[in-house]
Design a protein. Structure first.
Length: 240
């Protein structure tokens, strides 16, 4: 069964745009769990423009499903936060300072030495490590070589081609990379621009997918459908 982890960054963005505590990030996360999600994802950035470090600490104390923290290990405070909080999973993403959103995966070959060190550090603390990668078999092989437990396939290219009607072209490189991960014994996650239009086709072609992390589209859908119904619909698309 593929798990649905809901990224709540957009909830924090809305709160921060006005100040105060509305919407309440922690209560929303608890409600998301209650509505049927399998996990909560956050991506605290150095400028804390959405999720704040204090949010991460409070979430860890209160949520009961899987907790996934995303971020760039080149930022020392992020590393310290992960080691302090000890989430179920840390997803390492090669974001630059001030980057609007994640837009590329790791070059696991060029960055092999630094990735080996940080992955070893997290795994010693009992944290599962996933690397955000493009759908490239060489990058998947590199992820296995540096000791990652999983890879998360960056799915923006898939979503763009799928929306253009290029279904078979959109999925081909992802299926190849997914098979490579499976062969190497790596767990498989996916995320970025997955939505109610393209999620089922992705899962249908890669049925052994462990987890998807979805935030922006899911929160946008909730504006029309309501949060509970939206989570139920995403779960339905994963189970079809």
């Amino acid at each position: 069964m593929t798990k649905l982890s809901v990224n709540i960054n957009k909830i924090a963005t809305l709160r921060n745009s006005r100040g105060g505590t509305i919407p309440n990030v922690l209560q929303t996360a608890i409600d998301i769990e209650h509505f049927g999600a399998d996990g909560i994802t956050v991506h605290p950035r150095p400028d804390e423009r959405h999720i704040r470090y204090i949010d991460v600490r409070e979430l860890k104390k209160n949520i009961v499903t899987e907790f996934n923290i995303e971020g760039n290990p080149d930022h020392p405070p992020f590393v310290d936060l992960v080691l302090e909080v000890k989430p179920d999973q840390v997803t390492l993403v090669p974001d630059t300072l001030g980057q609007l959103t994640s837009d590329h995966g790791w070059d696991t070959i060029v960055n092999c030495d630094s990735l080996k060190k940080i992955i070893s550090l997290f795994k010693k603390s009992g944290i599962r490590v996933s690397l955000f990668v493009d759908p490239d078999s060489a990058m998947v092989e590199g992820a296995a070589a540096v000791g990652a437990d999983r890879v998360e396939l960056y799915t923006e290219d898939y979503a763009r081609k799928y929306a253009a009607g290029l279904r078979e072209e959109s999925i081909a490189s992802y299926v190849e990379a997914a098979h490579k991960a499976q062969k190497l014994g790596l767990g498989l996650n996916a995320g970025h621009d997955l939505d109610l239009n393209n999620l089922h086709f992705f899962k249908k072609n890669i049925p052994w997918l462990d987890e998807v992390s979805i935030g922006h589209a899911l929160i946008a859908d909730a504006l029309y459908l309501g949060l509970e119904k939206t989570i139920q619909q995403y779960q339905e698309h994963l189970s079809l």
